[in-house]
Design a protein around this ligand. Structure first.
Ligand code: PLP
Length: 430
């Protein structure tokens, strides 16, 4: 597989290089130089999830990782299901929250961890990531126990839900968590400083594992095929897919699936009040506003960093512009949608409810809808209980960590403090 930097056409890399580097020169995103078309999608859809996913990823990535390696990676990474549930007569949901940290980020995180473990060939690597909730848990769980890779997760102390924190701070071993006494932006800025500091970047072989890493997106392509495989054949060509979007990685993956030949009719980019993309699709003006906090906090992003990849898919002719519409849903309608879903017998959470709302009043004659369920409702327990007025129970993964102690170390928001902490912790190991 060859990828090209969207900001510099002379910067081309292999898949393994793109995974190791993350971003290219001038902070450019890597994008496939060509997206291959699958020849027989129908027979592919008839295959089981893991076998089909190996074929899809093999078509994209090629033989680069060596014989049988990709098969092993997919078998280990995708060891949980992605079921489609019927919600109303015309609308389905794809549940992406049956992995170890109960959010769709498990697919990309686990795939990336398995790829990195193999391509690094035993050399020590340090993953440094700041999290506002779901990414930290997915990354920590995915890398836990991989011997040559240490993970350092920074989070804003007291500003993420206690259950979200427990999902990564109780692991121990090669997972090191640091509670920063500041907000998420401060954590992110500490990460950037570390990547600018050669002592730490080169000394500890840093990698960020964030959502711009191409390996995470390619993994996500597979579950769009899984969704279609569970939809009745007669309805597949009329399917509208609504994606609750923040950084737009999930939607990018869906569009790559369509470019490869998956018969999705069109997409809805569903956002909360952080509506840069829906406004852009209507007016043609890219005009990000200050980020506002909402109950769908994983989508509180006003400058989505995957957007250049979606533009590339459209500009390079893989996706017709008419196949993408945007919808922004405010706080009140998010809650109304959650209650409508509950009345239909389906307990959901704010992110998926936004995608449902965008579909339920946007379907045309003959169309069927599918919205992505990006997280388990228990991850947003307080909001869900408040809006629906009834208690919800904790799934086994959350119940298990709820009573364990956090192993996080407290640190002031100073780069010198973080650097000293990381060097003391990791230098002896690398
Ligand atoms: C990360 C996240 C999103 C946003 O996904 P993007 O790929 O960044 O658009 C939506 N919902 C939940 C629950 C998330 O954790």
């Amino acid at each position: 597989m060859e990828l090209v930097n969207l900001k510099d056409a002379t910067d081309t890399v292999s898949f393994a290089q793109a995974v190791k580097k993350g971003l290219g020169k001038h902070q450019g995103l890597y994008f496939p130089t060509a997206i291959p078309k699958l020849t027989d999608v129908e027979s592919l859809l008839a295959k089981p999830f893991v076998e089909r996913s190996i074929e899809i990823l093999h078509t994209l990535i090629g033989d680069e990782l060596g014989a049988g390696v990709l098969d092993e990676i997919v078998e280990q990474a995708f060891n949980f299901a992605a079921p489609v549930e019927k919600v109303t007569d015309d609308i389905y949901t794809l549940e992406l929250f049956h992995g170890p940290t109960l959010a769709f980020k498990d697919f990309g995180g686990r795939f990336m961890a398995q790829v990195l473990a193999r391509i690094s060939a035993g050399q020590p690597i340090t993953i440094l990531t700041a999290t506002s909730g779901d990414t930290g848990a997915a990354v920590a769980q995915a890398f836990h126990g991989i011997s040559n890779i240490n993970v350092v997760i920074l989070f804003p102390k007291g500003k993420i839900s206690p259950l979200q924190e427990k999902l990564f701070s109780t692991l121990g071993g090669n997972i090191h968590t640091v509670a920063i006494e500041a907000d998420f932006d401060a954590c992110q800025s500490l990460v950037k400083q570390a990547f600018d500091d050669p002592d730490v970047r080169d000394g500890l072989h840093l990698n960020s594992a964030n959502s711009i890493n191409i390996s995470r997106l390619l993994a996500q392509v597979c579950y769009y095929f899984e969704a279609l495989s569970q939809i009745p054949v007669a309805e597949r060509e009329q399917l509208v897919v609504s994606v609750p979007s923040g950084n737009f990685g999930n939607l990018t993956a869906g569009m790559i699936a369509k470019a490869m030949g998956l018969p999705i009719k069109r997409f809805i980019a569903a956002t909360n009040l952080n509506d840069t993309v829906p406004r852009y699709l209507k007016t043609g003006e890219w005009d990000p506003k200050a980020t506002v906090a909402t109950i769908s906090n994983a989508m509180d992003v006003s400058q989505p960093n995957n957007w250049p990849r979606i533009e590339a898919l459209i500009e390079q002719g893989y996706i017709d512009k008419a196949c993408l519409r945007g919808e922004s849903v405010d706080e009140q309608y998010t809650q109304i949608a959650m209650r409508q879903l509950a009345q239909a017998g389906y307990t959901s959470e704010p992110h998926a409810a936004i995608a449902f709302r965008s579909l339920s009043h946007g379907l045309e004659e003959g169309e069927k809808g599918l919205f992505l369920g990006t997280a388990h409702p228990a991850k947003f327990r307080e909001t869900v209980e408040n809006v629906l007025g009834q208690p919800i129970s904790l799934p086994r993964e959350l119940a298990a960590v709820a009573t364990e102690d956090s192993l996080a170390v407290d640190l002031e928001p100073s780069y010198e403090a973080l650097k000293a902490h990381m060097l003391a912790l990791l230098q002896t190991q690398s």
